[in-house]
Write a protein that binds this ligand. Sequence first.
Ligand code: PMV
Length: 328
Amino acid sequence: MQYQPATAVANPNIAFIKYWGNCDPDARVPANGSISMNLGGLESRTSVEFDPSLDADTLELGGETALQPARERVSQFLDHIRRMAGIEAHARVKSANNFPMGVGIASSASAFAALALAASRAAGQDLEEIELSRLARLGSGSACRSVPAGFVEWVVEGCGENSAAISIAGPEHWDLIDLVAIVSQEHKPVGSTEGHTLAYTSPLQVGRVADAPRRLDLCRGAILERDFDSLAMIMELDSNMMHGVMLTSSPALIYWLPETLTLMREVVRWRSAGLPVCYTIDAGPNVHVITLNEYADQVQARLRELPGVLDVLAARPGGAAQMVEIER
Ligand code: PMV
């Protein structure tokens, strides 16, 4: 059988309401729902070709042959697609990001969203967006949020395996911008897959999860009404709650650096002085500073003046994962 190669692109995303901890770790069904914004202009581009003459899957990342455990993770993900499509062929996978690694932008989200789309098409499957989101989730939880466009909610009902993400507003809905203040480029000591397994060792996780529906309602409402102050309040609370869980896990996960805390305090101070700006932080020390696009230059200039800020990356709301023409 002859398979057609397929190439897809997807943006990473930044969560305003965070996913931390699983209800079903194997199926990556989260303990709580989450809300994010796709980061336009930043992308993973992934090509897949199934080839019956291969005796194993091959993986190239950024032009170099990938090592374990990345290869195994991709192979296990491809197994889902092989089962779904009823095929046995191995695949040649090539993926590259147009943004640097280790800068506090989770490349696994964009990588598995692009892989889900490219690999399912290469296997002859034309999935609906919700099915694709569900599939991407199996590779990396937050990847399900990089499938639909713009502002996205990962909906969780019980601990069901159907959990997937939907768009709640398109990228043009609100002119927000994410300015990622980079204070360290070092690789994080504990990745999120391992971090999720520690969430319930914190006595705070149960309370964080129980309160999630309230935070989701407030965040969704703030986005739909373009209410920056409300968004700022709930986004910072949610980030602090996740880091509260991390800091009180066994072992404790301390992702912040002194510079991280300086940035948090400065952002709050600027907002008190009337600037529409707020922060959120993932599993690392770098700070995502969210503002309205019209204030981007001013906020970016202020960030660059702070001690320890090595660089600032900018991203506006991005679109859905999509297929691209194959380059021959
Ligand atoms: O999808 P994962 O397993 O990389 O987890 C993502 C975890 C956070 O980035 C910290 C939060 C989130 O919701 O994106």
